[in-house]
Design a protein around this ligand. Structure first.
Ligand code: AMP
Ligand code: ZN
Length: 111
């Protein structure tokens, strides 16, 4: 837990949020500022500032194995996953999170 981290507060239920998924290690909730009809974030309950900060490979499995469980529950088969690492890549919240977006066409390369 990092004291000033908003996602730690969400994961610890200090800030109310409607989790669309929760297990022992991760939670998922809808993005406050959705960029697609479906846009949720999956985060580990433990604090890691970014991808660069993860020192336990299990965390990747915890996050990415949760995603198909959530999309299946939502009836989604096609979706984009995004992890922004560092400010110049668009990271604004420094608690690692995977964006999962669906419900529209996505272009490539990403902007
Ligand atoms: P990033 O820019 O990759 O760090 O993504 C941070 C994301 O967190 C943005 O898409 C924000 O809209 C989202 N966000 C920030 N605060 C909250 C919050 N309290 N609840 C849900 N999503 C949030
Ligand atoms: Zn945190």
């Amino acid at each position: 837990m990092s004291p000033d981290c908003i996602f730690c507060k969400i994961a610890n239920k200090e800030i109310p949020s409607n989790f669309i998924y929760e297990d022992e290690n991760v939670v998922a909730f809808n993005d406050l500022n959705p960029q697609a009809p479906v846009h949720f974030l999956v985060i580990p309950k433990n604090h890691y500032s970014s991808l660069n900060d993860i020192n336990d490979k299990k965390v990747f499995g915890d996050i990415f194995s949760a995603i198909p469980k959530i999309t299946e529950k939502l009836g989604i088969k096609e979706y984009r996953t995004v992890v922004n690492t560092g400010a110049s890549a668009g990271q604004t919240v420094f608690h690692i999170h995977v964006h999962v977006m669906s419900g529209r066409e996505f272009t490539w390369p990403a902007g």
